[in-house]
Design a protein around this ligand. Sequence first.
Ligand SMILES: CC(=O)SCCNC(=O)CCNC(=O)[C@H](O)C(C)(C)COP(=O)(O)OP(=O)(O)OC[C@H]1O[C@@H](n2cnc3c(N)ncnc32)[C@H](O)[C@@H]1OP(=O)(O)O
Ligand SMILES: O=C([O-])CC(=O)C(=O)O
Length: 373
Amino acid sequence: MADKKAGGLADVIAGRTAIATVGKEGKGLTYRGYSIHDLAAHATFEETAHLLIYGNLPTDSELRRYKERLAGLRGLPEGVRAILEQLPRNAHPMDVVRTGVSALASFEPESDVRSQRDIADRLIACCASLLLYWHHYAASGRRIDTETDDGTVAGHFLRLLHGKPPGELHERALDVSLILYAEHEYNASTFAARVTASTLSDLYSAVTTGIGTLRGPLHGGANEAAMELIDGFGDEDEAEAGIMRMLADRKLVMGFGHRVYSVSDPRSDLIKAWSKTLAGHGGNEKLYRISERIERVMRRENNLFPNLDFYSASAYRCLGIPTSFFTPIFVISRLSGWIAHIIEQRAGNRIIRPSADYDGPDPLPWLPIGERV
Ligand SMILES: CC(=O)SCCNC(=O)CCNC(=O)[C@H](O)C(C)(C)COP(=O)(O)OP(=O)(O)OC[C@H]1O[C@@H](n2cnc3c(N)ncnc32)[C@H](O)[C@@H]1OP(=O)(O)O
Ligand SMILES: O=C([O-])CC(=O)C(=O)O
């Protein structure tokens, strides 16, 4: 891989955290000490969110209560539904999610009786409701009931999207993807959310900061951009030629590279395995083959490895999820990491306000308006 450039706060230690550690040896990832491999193999997203927000892997009864609580928080206030109904059909789903979270803040503000963890549960439970209520209303005028009895956040999302309960394989695939997306130390959106929290702003404001920052294609928006890239190729050979051209033109190939990992993104192999399984179970095998070829070319030519966003794209396509919902799914999951960080920031707060090296003009004499050219 090419050498890392200066700037962008690369390698700057900007604070402390006990929530996750990323890439100490160029790879590897743990959430509160638990390896991402163990979590992806054995945990559910609800156990993971509990670990991040409440600080421990839940016991049997804690998990049961937590899942019941989440399931009871899927409805939307009438006022929020009315706002979602005003959003145009061609709105970007990230605008919808950001607006929905903002609207909810006005109806259910943070207060002495509504704690930060209450809001965490509420947002994780109803974020899919916000998106999919709008989706169906905008597409067909249908006002769906978002209060389903699905046991998991993944099941709730897929049920609302497709209008029927998902099969076990699909539900588990999305569940694992939510685990993988949940937390990643001082990534841009989490850092931005911490900056907002550090001014003693409210939790919703910190979360909407995170949503806005996640949307860009250099961060969470890369899963959508990767899908568009892969969709542009008819077969593996076309993909190889196209990627070679992009590299020759020094264009970014979305879904590759990472700021903190230098060897591999440990989440990529996990989601790649799911992408392969889904492709073999009625999904799109051609997309998987094209993705693998792109991965091979990127390694061979630039020693660049896929990050979590790359194979998430083909996995989500196999689940029948529209491309523009890929980054909103990242939001549903990352809410758990953002809010864990907001809670941590508040617990040891000092306003985050770095310094800048000034490289503008020396002091200039004041110019009256008539003398300016
Ligand atoms: C879940 C997530 O948010 S993961 C990140 C998702 N984002 C993407 O997939 C977007 C594509 N990737 C990228 O833009 C970058 O790799 C980032 C944003 C992830 C990391 O950025 P940085 O740490 O600043 O990487 P940096 O620019 O130093 O990369 C080093 C070199 O590799 C090149 N490079 C890095 N990623 C890519 C890529 N995806 N395609 C082509 N070249 C790349 C850079 O252009 C740079 O080359 P140069 O020094 O000749 O200019
Ligand atoms: O850590 C980063 O820079 C981006 C990333 O992978 C994430 O947020 O999951």
